[in-house]
Write a protein that binds this ligand. Structure first.
Ligand SMILES: NC(=O)c1ccc[n+]([C@@H]2O[C@H](COP(=O)([O-])OP(=O)(O)OC[C@H]3O[C@@H](n4cnc5c(N)ncnc54)[C@H](O)[C@@H]3O)[C@@H](O)[C@H]2O)c1
Ligand SMILES: [Fe+2]
Length: 398
């Protein structure tokens, strides 16, 4: 038996934020970050005020959020006791809100309310808190607005550990995709967060848990992202990205999240999560290259599936193996065109930092859920070779 979990509603397109003024919420608890507070919070407040909704704001989320900030937010959430949580921001904000909610619902469990999350637990979040979750993503990347996972970093030890926790009750009730919010994204974030979404499409499509429903979303998302990310990047560098391009990217990032959230991610994210935490590299800056190494490592195990992706974006036809090689080459070219790093050295990891952390890094990668659902089994020895190639920017040929 399998199930496919979705939000109740996806509100999208021009003026999507107006949905908030048509609802009668009593009290909204807005989770956001300092940048969003300055740039876009007023747009959301305006809609809520029109519906006479009381507003409380928690704006302390920083990039790659910690369990510790989530704990602080959960306390304020419990005090406010809203009937709607609104997460306004990128993946960091949405993941934080998804962490705060179970902590509020089960204060007696402390950190275990998050660390003990598993896909099968019955949390009764909505019954216990009388509240729902609305996500409003402001990056076109993580898909966290529709996934049931939250990625949080435990900053309590020396080698920071980033881990995913999940439960299907964390899937938002409603996600609002308003392209007005992504108008302010700078080129490097368009590139990096776009590559995150692209990596979700690749990972979700190649995962051992892929299914007919996730395939449908992921193939189309891959196509939209592949076509529109470079256009958006060049337009952003020249001034402003066209509305249609932003809309396609925003929709595609959510479709990617919807798909991979119901299949799984693979080696690329096991690498990305681990190096992000160990060497403090934002997810959006390391995930593109991580995906490239994952494609190289998996090329022989799933060339038929990689070839589907290549055909979908119109790469020259040939055998599955030829198409796989073409896609890998084009993926590397794309990273370079978007001025994204292609090796750990490019990301600023020194040989000393690499040598002193690599054992813990491999250990964390082995325990990441992306290792479990990778189509080719990955063991310790393989990780040693993969990381060595990744550090030096070399081909994976084993
Ligand atoms: N839960 C999931 O399914 C999932 C999936 C992938 C990634 N993640 C996690 O999400 C986090 C990364 O999220 P992210 O890549 O969206 O970045 P982010 O949320 O960390 O934001 C990055 C920066 O961009 C700014 N920003 C956001 N929207 C903007 C806008 N419209 N205009 C200008 N600036 C804007 C933010 O203020 C921040 O400074 C990581 O912790 C990652 O592990 C979660
Ligand atoms: Fe991701």
């Amino acid at each position: 038996m399998w199930d496919f979990t979705s939000p109740r509603k996806v509100i999208f397109g021009e003026d999507a934020l107006e949905f908030l003024s048509e609802k009668t919420f009593k009290h909204a608890f807005i989770v956001t970050d300092p940048v969003m507070r300055k740039l876009h919070l007023s747009l959301v407040e305006e809609q809520l005020k029109a519906a006479e909704t009381k507003i409380t704001i928690f704006d302390e989320i920083l990039g790659e959020p910690s369990l510790q900030v989530v704990e602080k937010g959960a306390k304020q959430l419990a005090q406010a006791h809203p009937d709607v949580i609104i997460a306004l921001g990128g993946g960091s904000v949405m993941d934080s809100a998804k962490g705060m909610w179970p902590m509020w619902a089960s204060p007696e469990d402390g950190m275990d309310a998050i660390e003990g999350l598993n896909p099968f637990a019955e949390l009764k979040l909505r019954e216990k808190t009388g509240c729902i979750l609305i996500n409003i993503p402001t990056t076109s990347g993580t898909g966290s607005d529709v996934t049931w996972g939250t990625v949080l970093t435990d900053k309590s030890s020396d080698t920071e550990r980033k881990a995913s926790f999940g439960n299907r009750e964390l899937v938002a009730d409603i996600t609002i995709l308003d392209p007005i919010l992504t108008k302010t994204l700078p080129p490097h974030l368009i590139a990096g967060t776009g590559l995150d979404a692209l990596s979700h499409a690749v990972g979700g499509y190649l995962s051992t848990w892929a299914n007919d429903f996730s395939d449908a979303l992921l193939l189309h998302a891959f196509k939209l992202l592949w076509r529109n990310i470079p256009v958006a990047y060049q337009q952003a560098k020249a001034g402003e990205v066209e509305y249609e391009v932003r809309e396609k990217l925003h929709n595609a990032a959510t479709m990617s999240g919807w798909g991979f959230g119901n299949s799984q991610i693979i080696l690329g994210h096991a690498l990305g999560h681990t190096i992000g935490a160990a060497w403090k590299i934002p997810h959006s800056q390391c995930i593109g290259a991580s995906c490239l190494y994952s494609l190289m490592y998996n090329r022989n195990a799933v060339s038929e599936r990689i070839a589907d992706l290549a055909r979908g974006v119109g790469l020259e036809d040939g055998s599955n193996e030829e198409l796989t090689e073409n896609l890998i080459a084009a993926f590397k070219k794309l990273l370079i065109e978007l001025e994204l790093p292609v090796s750990l050295q490019d990301m600023g990891v020194s040989k000393e930092e690499y040598d002193s952390n690599i054992e813990a890094v491999i250990d964390f990668s082995l325990n990441d859920s992306g290792t479990l659902s990778n189509p080719r089994r990955v063991d310790y020895e393989d990780y040693v070779k993969i990381y060595n190639s990744f550090f030096n920017g070399e081909e994976i040929d084993f």
